[in-house]
Structure formats: C-alpha cells, structure tokens
Design a protein around this ligand. Structure first.
Ligand code: HEC
Ligand code: HEC
Length: 255
C-alpha cells in the first residue's frame, strides 16, 4: 500500500477501530449525517450528566437530561426512509426513543431533588435501555456507522486532548495528540480507506482529498514540533492553520 503524507507513518498506536474501517465495505444507505449530528448531541449530554453529578452541578444535569429528551422527541418526527431504514423497523426504533424520553424525564426529576444516586442509576438506564439497545439493533447490525464517522470522531477527540494539554501546560500530551493526528491522517490517505470509508471512487477526487489531508498532517507536524520545544504560542498558531487549511477546507469541498 502506498502511503502519501509527510514523512511516512510515525510510531503511535492505531486503534482497532481503524482496522475495522479498513475491512468494512460501504453498504448502500440514506443520508445519516443529520442523525450523526443528533447522536453527537446525545453523547455530549450523557457526558455532561456524568460531569454534572461529579461536580454537584444539578442544573447542568437537568439541562443535559432535557437535551436527551428533546433529541429523542425530534428523531421520532424524522422520516425513517431518509435515514436508510425500512419503515417496518420504525416501531422498534420509536420504542427506544420513547424509552430515552421517559428516562430523561426521570433524570430531570432526580436532578431537581439533587439525588445523585438516582442520577447515576438513570444514566446507566439510559445507556443500557436506550443508547446501547438501539445501537445493537440498528447501528451495529445494519453497519451504518460509517468509517468516515469513526475517523472524524477520533480527530475531534484528539483535538480535545491537545487542547487539554495546552491548558494544563502538558506539552507531552500536546505532542502525543499531534502525532496521533498525523498517524491517523496517514492511514486515512491510503487508497483502500478512501474508497471504502469516504466513497471516493475517482482517482482525481482522491488526490484532491489527499491534498487537504496533507495540509492537516503538515500542520499537525508543526504542532508536534512546537510542543517538543514547549512553545505554546507556536502550538496555537499551528492549530489554527490545521483547522483552516486542513479540517475546514476539506469539509468545504467534500462534506
Ligand atoms: C433509536 C435508536 C438510537 C438511540 C435511542 C440512540 N442511538 Fe446513537 N446511533 C443510532 C444510529 C442508527 C447510529 C448510526 C449513525 C451513523 O452511522 O452515524 C448512532 C450513532 C451514534 C454515535 C456515533 C455518531 C457519530 O456520527 O459519531 C454516538 C456517539 C451515539 N449514537 C450516541 C448515542 C447516545 C449517547 C445515545 C443515548 C443517549 C444514543 N446514541 C441513542 C441510533 C440510536
Ligand atoms: C481530507 C478531508 C477531511 C479533513 C482533513 C477533515 N475532515 Fe472532517 N469530515 C470530512 C468528511 C468528508 C466528512 C463527512 C463524513 C460523512 O458524512 O460521511 C467529515 C465530517 C466531520 C465531522 C462530523 C462527523 C460526521 O461524520 O458527521 C466532524 C466532527 C469532523 N469531520 C471533524 C474534523 C476535524 C476536527 C478535522 C481536523 C482535525 C477534520 N474533520 C478534518 C473530511 C475531512
């Protein structure tokens, strides 16, 4: 396999997820991008509930539970066909969403009572009875969690780690995150990955895509160098470049 990118693959761990991506074919499907947005809201909300209960911020827990309630409510109004589901599955899909709404209501009440053990129990219920159950039935089985999503989720998470490192003055964390972005970017630029995960069948398209990716990899390399020198201003400057010439410019053309 030919690897394009600044300087070849550096050491660093590639997650199992990436290997799954390499193996996964791309099934025909509807546009799940809006669904994916809503799911990221769900994820954010469950994280906020955990953080809220840990810091005894019950107002934050209540707000996050309300987000879970409204995302479930909203999803129930969507057209199943547009998301690539057969209408026959709709009843089961809706059942998980109703469950999410109900548990969210329960969580809001627990937050108002400032009842931490009940919040923890509710968080576990929503994960088990709504999120994971629905994923088991609809996401995993139909394989509609796209490779592109896994890559992009990893990009965002790594960026958060870099930011955290910057704020903690921990340049080792910054450098490690930047290296992960470089490595992941290099794996992403392999031809089979571009075809399977991003549906880019034409070589000209793949080359354009790779050009954006190389911008991102190059900027991540400058983040790493600056972190190694312990220069936070240079890290910030390189991060801005990474967003602008890597993430945003590619999204503008390919998303
Ligand atoms: C009614 C079904 C259903 C429920 C309930 C549900 N999900 Fe999902 N979720 C899905 C499907 C289908 C996908 C795949 C979408 C895709 O391919 O991007 C998904 C994907 C995701 C993803 C990956 C999204 C991405 O694009 O990165 C996350 C994270 C997620 N769900 C979190 C949650 C959380 C947290 C909850 C519970 C609070 C939840 N989900 C409840 C059906 C559901
Ligand atoms: C070379 C192209 C490219 C680069 C570079 C890139 N992305 Fe993306 N990104 C995409 C494409 C294409 C999508 C749409 C994926 C889809 O819907 O299948 C996307 C989607 C996303 C999403 C939404 C997740 C989803 O699947 O709905 C997030 C979040 C994201 N990118 C974050 C980032 C961040 C942060 C960076 C930079 C660190 C970045 N991306 C760099 C091409 C790129």
């Amino acid at each position: 396999m030919k690897i394009l990118g600044a300087g070849g693959v550096k050491s660093g761990s590639l997650s199992v997820a990436l290997l799954i991506v390499l193996a996964a074919p791309l099934p025909a499907r509807g546009d799940v991008r809006p669904l994916s947005r809503l799911m990221l809201t769900n994820l954010q909300a469950t994280n906020s509930i955990g953080e809220g209960v840990a810091t005894e911020d019950y107002a934050a827990v209540e707000t996050a539970a309300r987000d879970l309630e409204s995302s479930a409510r909203e999803l129930r109004t969507w057209d199943a066909g547009r998301l690539g589901f057969r209408p026959a599955n709709r009843a089961a899909f809706d059942r998980y969403l109703k469950q999410q709404e109900e548990i969210a209501g329960w969580l809001m009440a627990a937050a108002r009572r400032k009842d931490s053990p009940a919040i923890v129990a509710g968080l576990d219920r929503v994960l088990g009875e709504s999120c994971l159950s629905c994923h088991r039935e609809f996401r995993d089985r139909q394989g509609i969690l796209k490779g592109s999503t896994i890559f992009m989720t990893s990009f965002v998470n790594t960026w958060k780690e870099i930011n955290r490192g910057l704020l903690l003055n921990d340049f080792t964390l910054v450098a490690r995150g930047a290296r992960t972005l470089e490595t992941t970017g290099q794996v992403m630029s392999w031809d089979p990955v571009l075809q399977a995960s991003f549906n880019l069948s034409q070589e000209a398209q793949r080359n354009k895509f790779r050009a954006h990716l190389n911008e991102m990899i190059g900027a991540a390399g400058r983040v790493e160098d600056a972190a190694t020198r312990g220069e936070s201003d240079a890290v910030r400057k390189a991060l801005v470049e990474m967003w602008r010439s890597g993430c945003l410019s590619c999204h503008q053309e390919f998303r």
